[in-house]
Ligand binder design. Structure first.
Ligand SMILES: Cc1cc2nc3c(=O)[nH]c(=O)nc-3n(C[C@H](O)[C@H](O)[C@H](O)COP(=O)(O)O)c2cc1C
Length: 344
């Protein structure tokens, strides 16, 4: 069995006319409430080869819920991009996938089979599907037949340590016509506890078991982790989530490391604030000023993480009621001689 050892170059998802060529091995993970149009645009600018939307409800699509339909707007995000849907029933997933193919700019549709949240699993969706490889096959084969663009699936290792069906599920995805499988190497029961890295060898089992590309995910903190994952498991590409929050540089630094072996420096706080401001501007375009200001609060704390004096700035941003207020808080922070922050 020969495993992938490539860090650079493109790879192809799917076959035929609608197959998708991805230019590099860096993937931005789907994150609910975060990977909307604003952040996907930024992640692309920072070198992600493939970006994946936050999970979007098949029921919301079925009922043409306005909020859900707004979440499907990715017009202007550079291709290729993938839109992730979730649901526990093959019929509604089929209808949702057909709707996404017809009405959005998605190049790939991804099905979420990893979400551990009870609100999702109690409806047989997300990681609940991992308990039954036959159901995984059923869902994937029905959805893949209903659309002409590639279908991918994001899974976890299993439901819990007594139900580790990762290999069976990956085979079911491939047999059902899935074009790619991505795996977060934790179980549903583990949620976000423990160390995903301890389970990376499972990704090697997947790359040995299926011919479709396998994307590895879980606790990649930077370029060196990413390289280690490829070396250890032969995955086609690496997927990063939390490491990119407030730090999309990690995507570009990883790409650069893969291409040259050189580690670029971490961004300065000035650079981070500059990108944070662009992030806020993009959220304003997406949601309007009020909602953008609220949504940006959690993002601001990621951008400010580790910066000297950040605690007070976070408090100020959390109380800000308009983007203009946030911009002037940042301005004051970066120009301490003028500001209220100079004494902190
Ligand atoms: C805030 C947050 C939201 C997430 N939302 C989703 C989601 O919508 N769909 C999904 O498949 N995974 C979701 N995940 C899981 C991530 O895609 C990823 O699998 C996980 O964070 C592990 O990767 P990391 O260690 O690189 O962060 C989410 C994770 C976080 C932290």
């Amino acid at each position: 069995m020969t495993r992938n050892t490539k860090y650079t170059g493109s790879y192809t998802i799917g076959t035929g006319e609608k197959s998708v060529v991805v230019e590099n091995r860096i993937v931005l993970a789907p994150m609910a409430g975060i990977t909307n149009k604003a952040f996907l645009t930024t992640a692309k600018e920072f070198g992600a080869g493939l970006v994946i939307s936050e999970m979007i409800s098949d029921k919301g699509i079925e009922f043409r819920n306005k909020k859900t339909l707004d979440m499907l707007d990715f017009v202007g995000v550079p291709h290729p991009l993938s839109i992730q849907i979730f649901g526990g029933n093959s019929e509604t997933l089929v209808e949702a996938a057909k709707f996404v193919e017809k009405n959005t700019t998605a190049d790939i549709i991804d099905i979420n089979m990893g979400c551990p949240v009870p609100k999702v699993t109690k409806n047989d969706a997300g990681s609940r599907l991992l308990l039954d490889p036959d159901k995984v096959y059923d869902v994937v084969s029905k959805v893949s037949k209903a659309i002409s663009i590639p279908l991918s699936v994001k899974i976890r290792l299993g439901w819990d340590n007594d139900h580790l069906f990762a290999v069976e599920n990956a085979k079911a995805i491939e047999a059902g016509g899935g074009a790619l499988v991505a795996m977060h190497t934790r179980t549903k029961a583990a949620a976000y506890t423990g160390h995903a890295k301890d389970n990376w060898d499972w990704l090697g089992k997947l790359t040995d078991a299926v011919k479709i590309p396998v994307i590895g995910n879980g606790d990649i903190k930077g370029p060196e982790d990413a390289k280690q994952m490829i070396d250890q498991t032969g995955v086609t590409a690496v997927m990063m989530g939390r490491a990119a929050l407030g730090n999309p540089w990690v995507l570009n630094r990883t790409r650069h490391f893969f291409e040259s072996g050189e580690l670029l420096p971490e961004p300065t706080i000035n650079e981070k604030i500059q990108i944070a401001k662009i992030h806020l501007e993009r959220l304003v375009e997406l949601h309007g000023e009020h909602l953008a200001t609220l949504e940006f609060r959690s993002q601001a704390s990621y951008y400010l993480k580790g910066a000297k004096g950040a605690a007070k700035v976070k408090v100020a941003v959390n109380q800000a009621e308009s983007p203009q207020e946030v911009f002037s808080i940042f301005e004051d922070f970066l120009n301490p001689s003028l500001t209220v922050f100079d004494s902190f």
